[in-house]
Design a protein around this ligand. Structure first.
Ligand code: ADP
Ligand code: ZN
Length: 354
Protein backbone atom coordinates (compact mmCIF):
# COMPACT_ATOMS: atom_id res chain seq x y z
CA UNK A 1 0.00 0.00 0.00
CA UNK A 2 1.31 3.42 -0.94
CA UNK A 3 -0.08 6.93 -0.90
CA UNK A 4 0.36 9.59 -3.56
CA UNK A 5 -0.43 13.19 -2.68
CA UNK A 6 -1.56 15.63 -5.34
CA UNK A 7 -1.14 19.22 -4.29
CA UNK A 8 -2.80 21.66 -6.63
CA UNK A 9 -3.36 25.36 -5.92
CA UNK A 10 -7.01 24.70 -5.18
CA UNK A 11 -7.00 21.41 -3.34
CA UNK A 12 -5.03 18.55 -1.89
CA UNK A 13 -5.95 15.07 -2.96
CA UNK A 14 -4.60 11.77 -1.57
CA UNK A 15 -4.58 8.60 -3.62
CA UNK A 16 -4.33 5.35 -1.66
CA UNK A 17 -2.96 2.63 -3.95
CA UNK A 18 -2.68 -1.10 -3.54
CA UNK A 19 -4.28 -4.26 -2.21
CA UNK A 20 -6.05 -3.71 1.08
CA UNK A 21 -6.65 0.03 0.71
CA UNK A 22 -10.44 -0.38 0.49
CA UNK A 23 -10.58 -2.28 3.80
CA UNK A 24 -8.20 0.19 5.38
CA UNK A 25 -9.59 3.55 4.26
CA UNK A 26 -13.25 3.13 3.27
CA UNK A 27 -14.51 2.40 6.83
CA UNK A 28 -12.96 5.68 8.00
CA UNK A 29 -15.24 7.82 5.82
CA UNK A 30 -17.88 9.71 7.85
CA UNK A 31 -20.74 7.17 7.74
CA UNK A 32 -23.69 9.40 8.57
CA UNK A 33 -23.06 11.79 5.74
CA UNK A 34 -22.22 9.52 2.82
CA UNK A 35 -24.03 9.35 -0.50
CA UNK A 36 -22.87 6.48 -2.71
CA UNK A 37 -23.21 6.54 -6.50
CA UNK A 38 -22.58 3.30 -8.39
CA UNK A 39 -23.78 1.44 -11.49
CA UNK A 40 -25.94 -1.64 -11.92
CA UNK A 41 -23.04 -4.06 -12.65
CA UNK A 42 -20.84 -2.85 -9.85
CA UNK A 43 -23.78 -2.95 -7.44
CA UNK A 44 -24.57 -6.52 -8.50
CA UNK A 45 -20.99 -7.57 -7.68
CA UNK A 46 -20.37 -5.48 -4.59
CA UNK A 47 -23.67 -4.66 -2.85
CA UNK A 48 -22.70 -6.71 0.22
CA UNK A 49 -19.41 -4.86 0.44
CA UNK A 50 -21.14 -1.48 0.18
CA UNK A 51 -23.52 -2.38 3.01
CA UNK A 52 -20.83 -4.01 5.13
CA UNK A 53 -18.42 -1.08 4.90
CA UNK A 54 -20.82 1.88 4.72
CA UNK A 55 -23.79 0.48 6.67
CA UNK A 56 -27.16 -0.96 5.51
CA UNK A 57 -28.83 2.43 5.57
CA UNK A 58 -26.38 4.28 3.37
CA UNK A 59 -28.16 6.04 0.49
CA UNK A 60 -27.07 4.48 -2.82
CA UNK A 61 -27.98 5.80 -6.25
CA UNK A 62 -27.55 3.17 -8.99
CA UNK A 63 -27.25 4.30 -12.60
CA UNK A 64 -27.62 1.74 -15.40
CA UNK A 65 -24.15 0.50 -16.44
CA UNK A 66 -22.73 2.09 -19.60
CA UNK A 67 -21.69 5.39 -21.14
CA UNK A 68 -25.26 6.28 -22.15
CA UNK A 69 -26.08 6.95 -18.47
CA UNK A 70 -23.64 9.85 -18.38
CA UNK A 71 -26.39 12.33 -19.14
CA UNK A 72 -28.40 15.24 -17.74
CA UNK A 73 -31.30 12.99 -16.72
CA UNK A 74 -29.19 10.91 -14.34
CA UNK A 75 -27.26 13.95 -13.13
CA UNK A 76 -30.58 15.56 -12.15
CA UNK A 77 -31.77 12.32 -10.59
CA UNK A 78 -28.64 12.02 -8.42
CA UNK A 79 -28.95 15.65 -7.27
CA UNK A 80 -32.64 15.17 -6.48
CA UNK A 81 -31.92 12.04 -4.44
CA UNK A 82 -29.25 13.89 -2.50
CA UNK A 83 -31.77 16.60 -1.69
CA UNK A 84 -34.44 14.03 -0.75
CA UNK A 85 -32.00 12.39 1.65
CA UNK A 86 -31.33 15.74 3.30
CA UNK A 87 -27.66 15.81 2.33
CA UNK A 88 -25.95 18.94 3.65
CA UNK A 89 -22.79 20.81 2.69
CA UNK A 90 -20.67 18.55 4.85
CA UNK A 91 -21.76 15.35 3.08
CA UNK A 92 -19.42 13.16 1.02
CA UNK A 93 -20.25 11.74 -2.39
CA UNK A 94 -18.60 8.35 -2.88
CA UNK A 95 -18.18 7.46 -6.57
CA UNK A 96 -17.95 3.67 -6.50
CA UNK A 97 -17.47 2.34 -10.02
CA UNK A 98 -15.72 2.91 -13.33
CA UNK A 99 -15.08 6.10 -15.23
CA UNK A 100 -18.75 6.67 -16.00
CA UNK A 101 -19.72 6.69 -12.32
CA UNK A 102 -16.66 8.80 -11.47
CA UNK A 103 -17.50 11.42 -14.08
CA UNK A 104 -21.18 11.88 -13.26
CA UNK A 105 -20.86 11.53 -9.47
CA UNK A 106 -17.90 13.93 -9.51
CA UNK A 107 -19.95 16.49 -11.41
CA UNK A 108 -22.87 16.05 -8.99
CA UNK A 109 -20.50 16.58 -6.04
CA UNK A 110 -19.12 19.75 -7.61
CA UNK A 111 -22.61 21.19 -8.13
CA UNK A 112 -24.55 20.21 -5.01
CA UNK A 113 -24.60 23.17 -2.63
CA UNK A 114 -21.72 24.65 -4.65
CA UNK A 115 -19.55 21.65 -3.91
CA UNK A 116 -19.42 18.87 -1.32
CA UNK A 117 -16.72 16.33 -0.38
CA UNK A 118 -15.86 13.77 -3.04
CA UNK A 119 -14.18 10.38 -2.69
CA UNK A 120 -13.46 8.24 -5.74
CA UNK A 121 -13.31 4.45 -5.44
CA UNK A 122 -12.46 3.43 -9.02
CA UNK A 123 -13.30 -0.19 -9.81
CA UNK A 124 -12.01 -0.46 -13.40
CA UNK A 125 -8.39 -0.49 -14.49
CA UNK A 126 -9.01 2.51 -16.76
CA UNK A 127 -10.56 4.56 -13.96
CA UNK A 128 -7.74 3.62 -11.57
CA UNK A 129 -4.90 4.62 -13.88
CA UNK A 130 -6.60 7.52 -15.58
CA UNK A 131 -9.99 9.07 -14.98
CA UNK A 132 -10.27 9.00 -11.18
CA UNK A 133 -7.13 11.12 -10.83
CA UNK A 134 -6.93 14.66 -12.11
CA UNK A 135 -10.29 16.10 -11.17
CA UNK A 136 -12.06 16.11 -14.52
CA UNK A 137 -15.80 15.49 -14.23
CA UNK A 138 -18.39 15.50 -17.01
CA UNK A 139 -21.54 14.27 -18.68
CA UNK A 140 -22.30 13.95 -22.40
CA UNK A 141 -24.84 16.41 -23.78
CA UNK A 142 -26.68 16.75 -27.11
CA UNK A 143 -24.54 13.97 -28.55
CA UNK A 144 -21.25 15.64 -27.57
CA UNK A 145 -18.98 13.67 -25.22
CA UNK A 146 -17.92 15.27 -21.92
CA UNK A 147 -19.14 18.72 -22.96
CA UNK A 148 -20.71 19.71 -19.63
CA UNK A 149 -18.27 19.36 -16.76
CA UNK A 150 -15.96 20.86 -14.22
CA UNK A 151 -12.55 20.52 -12.64
CA UNK A 152 -13.19 19.14 -9.17
CA UNK A 153 -10.53 17.23 -7.22
CA UNK A 154 -11.60 14.32 -5.03
CA UNK A 155 -10.24 14.59 -1.50
CA UNK A 156 -9.37 10.92 -1.55
CA UNK A 157 -9.05 8.21 -4.18
CA UNK A 158 -8.98 4.56 -3.10
CA UNK A 159 -7.43 2.53 -5.93
CA UNK A 160 -7.62 -1.08 -4.74
CA UNK A 161 -6.74 -3.76 -7.34
CA UNK A 162 -9.05 -6.26 -5.58
CA UNK A 163 -11.89 -4.89 -7.72
CA UNK A 164 -10.09 -5.83 -10.94
CA UNK A 165 -10.67 -9.55 -10.26
CA UNK A 166 -14.28 -9.31 -11.46
CA UNK A 167 -13.50 -7.10 -14.45
CA UNK A 168 -14.21 -8.58 -17.92
CA UNK A 169 -11.12 -9.00 -20.14
CA UNK A 170 -12.33 -6.28 -22.51
CA UNK A 171 -12.09 -3.79 -19.62
CA UNK A 172 -8.63 -5.06 -18.65
CA UNK A 173 -7.48 -4.55 -22.26
CA UNK A 174 -9.01 -1.09 -22.15
CA UNK A 175 -6.96 -0.15 -19.07
CA UNK A 176 -3.82 -1.73 -20.52
CA UNK A 177 -4.22 0.58 -23.52
CA UNK A 178 -3.85 3.61 -21.32
CA UNK A 179 -1.03 1.94 -19.32
CA UNK A 180 1.01 1.34 -22.49
CA UNK A 181 0.45 4.98 -23.39
CA UNK A 182 2.06 5.89 -20.03
CA UNK A 183 4.91 3.54 -21.02
CA UNK A 184 5.66 5.78 -23.98
CA UNK A 185 5.81 8.81 -21.67
CA UNK A 186 7.71 7.43 -18.69
CA UNK A 187 10.93 5.36 -18.68
CA UNK A 188 10.14 3.54 -15.42
CA UNK A 189 6.75 2.41 -16.69
CA UNK A 190 8.28 1.43 -20.04
CA UNK A 191 10.89 -0.79 -18.36
CA UNK A 192 8.31 -2.47 -16.16
CA UNK A 193 6.14 -3.17 -19.20
CA UNK A 194 9.02 -4.63 -21.19
CA UNK A 195 10.08 -6.84 -18.26
CA UNK A 196 6.52 -8.14 -17.83
CA UNK A 197 5.44 -8.33 -21.46
CA UNK A 198 4.27 -11.95 -21.08
CA UNK A 199 2.55 -11.22 -17.80
CA UNK A 200 0.59 -8.01 -18.30
CA UNK A 201 -2.66 -9.30 -16.83
CA UNK A 202 -1.26 -10.70 -13.57
CA UNK A 203 -2.62 -9.24 -10.36
CA UNK A 204 0.79 -8.36 -8.91
CA UNK A 205 1.89 -6.58 -12.07
CA UNK A 206 -1.36 -4.62 -12.32
CA UNK A 207 -1.01 -3.52 -8.70
CA UNK A 208 2.53 -2.27 -9.27
CA UNK A 209 1.97 -0.60 -12.63
CA UNK A 210 -1.19 1.15 -11.41
CA UNK A 211 0.85 2.87 -8.71
CA UNK A 212 3.40 4.12 -11.26
CA UNK A 213 0.76 5.33 -13.72
CA UNK A 214 -1.08 7.24 -10.99
CA UNK A 215 2.23 8.73 -9.85
CA UNK A 216 2.95 9.88 -13.40
CA UNK A 217 -0.50 11.39 -13.82
CA UNK A 218 -0.31 13.02 -10.37
CA UNK A 219 2.95 14.76 -11.34
CA UNK A 220 1.45 15.99 -14.60
CA UNK A 221 -1.74 17.22 -12.94
CA UNK A 222 0.20 19.01 -10.22
CA UNK A 223 2.03 20.95 -12.91
CA UNK A 224 -0.95 21.60 -15.16
CA UNK A 225 -4.18 21.22 -13.19
CA UNK A 226 -6.45 22.87 -15.73
CA UNK A 227 -4.92 21.45 -18.89
CA UNK A 228 -3.42 24.78 -19.87
CA UNK A 229 0.36 24.75 -20.10
CA UNK A 230 0.99 21.80 -22.37
CA UNK A 231 2.27 19.15 -19.94
CA UNK A 232 -1.18 17.60 -19.57
CA UNK A 233 -1.41 17.49 -23.36
CA UNK A 234 1.22 14.72 -23.41
CA UNK A 235 -1.37 12.41 -21.81
CA UNK A 236 -3.10 12.56 -25.19
CA UNK A 237 -0.43 10.43 -26.84
CA UNK A 238 -2.16 8.06 -29.27
CA UNK A 239 -5.47 9.79 -28.68
CA UNK A 240 -5.81 11.96 -31.82
CA UNK A 241 -6.03 8.96 -34.12
CA UNK A 242 -7.43 6.75 -31.34
CA UNK A 243 -10.42 9.04 -30.72
CA UNK A 244 -11.07 9.37 -34.43
CA UNK A 245 -11.15 5.57 -34.81
CA UNK A 246 -13.34 5.26 -31.71
CA UNK A 247 -15.83 7.77 -33.11
CA UNK A 248 -15.82 6.32 -36.61
CA UNK A 249 -15.91 2.59 -35.91
CA UNK A 250 -16.99 2.46 -32.26
CA UNK A 251 -16.62 -1.29 -31.74
CA UNK A 252 -13.52 -1.42 -29.57
CA UNK A 253 -13.07 0.06 -26.10
CA UNK A 254 -11.46 3.46 -25.57
CA UNK A 255 -8.12 2.00 -24.44
CA UNK A 256 -7.93 -0.40 -27.37
CA UNK A 257 -8.61 2.49 -29.77
CA UNK A 258 -5.80 4.44 -28.10
CA UNK A 259 -3.47 1.49 -28.71
CA UNK A 260 -4.48 1.21 -32.36
CA UNK A 261 -4.12 4.99 -32.70
CA UNK A 262 -0.68 4.74 -31.13
CA UNK A 263 0.33 2.03 -33.61
CA UNK A 264 -0.66 4.17 -36.59
CA UNK A 265 0.96 7.27 -35.10
CA UNK A 266 4.17 5.30 -34.48
CA UNK A 267 4.26 4.50 -38.17
CA UNK A 268 3.98 8.24 -38.87
CA UNK A 269 6.68 9.11 -36.31
CA UNK A 270 9.12 6.61 -37.82
CA UNK A 271 8.40 7.80 -41.37
CA UNK A 272 9.11 11.38 -40.31
CA UNK A 273 12.32 10.32 -38.52
CA UNK A 274 11.05 11.46 -35.15
CA UNK A 275 11.11 8.04 -33.56
CA UNK A 276 13.87 5.42 -34.04
CA UNK A 277 12.88 2.14 -35.70
CA UNK A 278 14.03 -0.25 -33.00
CA UNK A 279 12.33 1.69 -30.18
CA UNK A 280 9.15 1.81 -32.30
CA UNK A 281 9.34 -1.97 -32.77
CA UNK A 282 9.56 -2.50 -28.99
CA UNK A 283 6.53 -0.27 -28.43
CA UNK A 284 4.66 -2.12 -31.17
CA UNK A 285 5.45 -5.41 -29.39
CA UNK A 286 3.81 -4.01 -26.25
CA UNK A 287 0.77 -2.94 -28.25
CA UNK A 288 0.41 -6.33 -29.92
CA UNK A 289 0.76 -8.07 -26.55
CA UNK A 290 -2.70 -6.60 -25.88
CA UNK A 291 -4.22 -6.49 -29.38
CA UNK A 292 -2.88 -9.39 -31.40
CA UNK A 293 -4.03 -8.17 -34.78
CA UNK A 294 -4.00 -4.43 -35.45
CA UNK A 295 -6.96 -3.73 -37.74
CA UNK A 296 -6.71 -2.09 -41.15
CA UNK A 297 -9.45 0.17 -42.46
CA UNK A 298 -10.20 0.56 -46.17
CA UNK A 299 -11.90 3.89 -45.48
CA UNK A 300 -9.48 5.28 -42.91
CA UNK A 301 -9.61 8.70 -44.62
CA UNK A 302 -13.13 9.09 -43.18
CA UNK A 303 -11.83 8.53 -39.67
CA UNK A 304 -8.95 10.93 -40.31
CA UNK A 305 -11.51 13.64 -41.06
CA UNK A 306 -12.71 13.33 -37.47
CA UNK A 307 -9.20 14.03 -36.18
CA UNK A 308 -9.71 17.56 -37.53
CA UNK A 309 -11.81 18.29 -34.45
CA UNK A 310 -9.22 17.16 -31.93
CA UNK A 311 -8.88 19.74 -29.18
CA UNK A 312 -5.11 20.07 -29.65
CA UNK A 313 -5.48 21.47 -33.17
CA UNK A 314 -5.27 25.22 -33.37
CA UNK A 315 -5.28 25.60 -37.16
CA UNK A 316 -5.99 23.32 -40.10
CA UNK A 317 -3.01 21.08 -39.26
CA UNK A 318 -3.43 17.92 -37.22
CA UNK A 319 -1.52 17.84 -33.95
CA UNK A 320 -0.17 14.52 -32.63
CA UNK A 321 1.78 13.60 -29.50
CA UNK A 322 4.17 10.85 -30.59
CA UNK A 323 6.89 8.76 -28.91
CA UNK A 324 10.39 10.02 -29.62
CA UNK A 325 12.71 7.92 -27.46
CA UNK A 326 12.42 6.13 -24.12
CA UNK A 327 10.50 8.37 -21.73
CA UNK A 328 10.25 11.20 -24.24
CA UNK A 329 7.44 12.35 -26.51
CA UNK A 330 7.10 15.16 -29.03
CA UNK A 331 4.23 17.17 -30.44
CA UNK A 332 4.11 17.26 -34.22
CA UNK A 333 1.82 19.13 -36.57
CA UNK A 334 0.96 17.67 -39.94
CA UNK A 335 -1.05 19.04 -42.85
CA UNK A 336 -4.28 17.06 -43.16
CA UNK A 337 -3.40 15.52 -46.56
CA UNK A 338 -0.02 14.24 -45.32
CA UNK A 339 -1.69 12.76 -42.22
CA UNK A 340 -4.27 10.95 -44.36
CA UNK A 341 -1.59 9.72 -46.78
CA UNK A 342 0.48 8.15 -43.99
CA UNK A 343 -2.54 6.55 -42.31
CA UNK A 344 -3.60 5.04 -45.64
CA UNK A 345 -0.07 3.73 -46.18
CA UNK A 346 0.04 2.12 -42.73
CA UNK A 347 -3.40 0.58 -43.20
CA UNK A 348 -2.41 -0.87 -46.59
CA UNK A 349 0.69 -2.50 -45.07
CA UNK A 350 -1.42 -4.00 -42.29
CA UNK A 351 -3.83 -5.34 -44.91
CA UNK A 352 -0.96 -7.08 -46.68
CA UNK A 353 -0.04 -8.58 -43.31
CA UNK A 354 3.21 -6.62 -42.98
P1 ADP B 1 -14.55 2.99 -17.79
O1 ADP B 1 -14.14 2.79 -16.38
O2 ADP B 1 -13.85 2.05 -18.72
O3 ADP B 1 -14.48 4.42 -18.20
P2 ADP B 1 -17.34 2.18 -17.19
O4 ADP B 1 -17.50 3.00 -15.98
O5 ADP B 1 -18.46 2.19 -18.17
O6 ADP B 1 -16.07 2.61 -18.03
O7 ADP B 1 -17.01 0.68 -16.79
C1 ADP B 1 -16.90 -0.33 -17.77
C2 ADP B 1 -17.79 -1.52 -17.49
O8 ADP B 1 -17.24 -2.28 -16.41
C3 ADP B 1 -19.20 -1.16 -17.05
O9 ADP B 1 -20.09 -2.07 -17.63
C4 ADP B 1 -19.17 -1.34 -15.54
O10 ADP B 1 -20.44 -1.63 -15.02
C5 ADP B 1 -18.23 -2.50 -15.40
N1 ADP B 1 -17.49 -2.58 -14.13
C6 ADP B 1 -16.94 -1.57 -13.45
N2 ADP B 1 -16.22 -2.01 -12.42
C7 ADP B 1 -16.34 -3.36 -12.41
C8 ADP B 1 -15.82 -4.41 -11.59
N3 ADP B 1 -14.98 -4.14 -10.58
N4 ADP B 1 -16.16 -5.67 -11.88
C9 ADP B 1 -16.96 -5.95 -12.95
N5 ADP B 1 -17.46 -5.02 -13.77
C10 ADP B 1 -17.17 -3.73 -13.52
ZN1 ZN C 1 -7.75 8.01 -22.80
Amino acid sequence: MKDIVINTPLQKSTVHCGDGTFEKYAPGLPKKKLFVVTDSNVFAWYRQEIWRIFGDNVPVYIIPAGETSKNMRYLTAILREMLNHGMMRNCTVVAFGGGVVGDIAGLAASLYMRGVHLVQIPTTLLAQVDSSVGGKTAIDFDGVKNVIGSFYQPEEVIADPRFLKTLPDREIRCGLGEIIKYGALDGTIYNLLIQNIGNLRSHGFLEEITYHCIKHKADVVTEDEHDLNGRRKTLNLGHTTGHALELCYGKKSHGECVLIGMYYELYIAVKLNICGKSYAERLKALITAVIKKIPYYDDIANAAELARFDKKNIDSDVSLIVPESEGRSAEIKLPMDKYVELLVECSALLKEGK
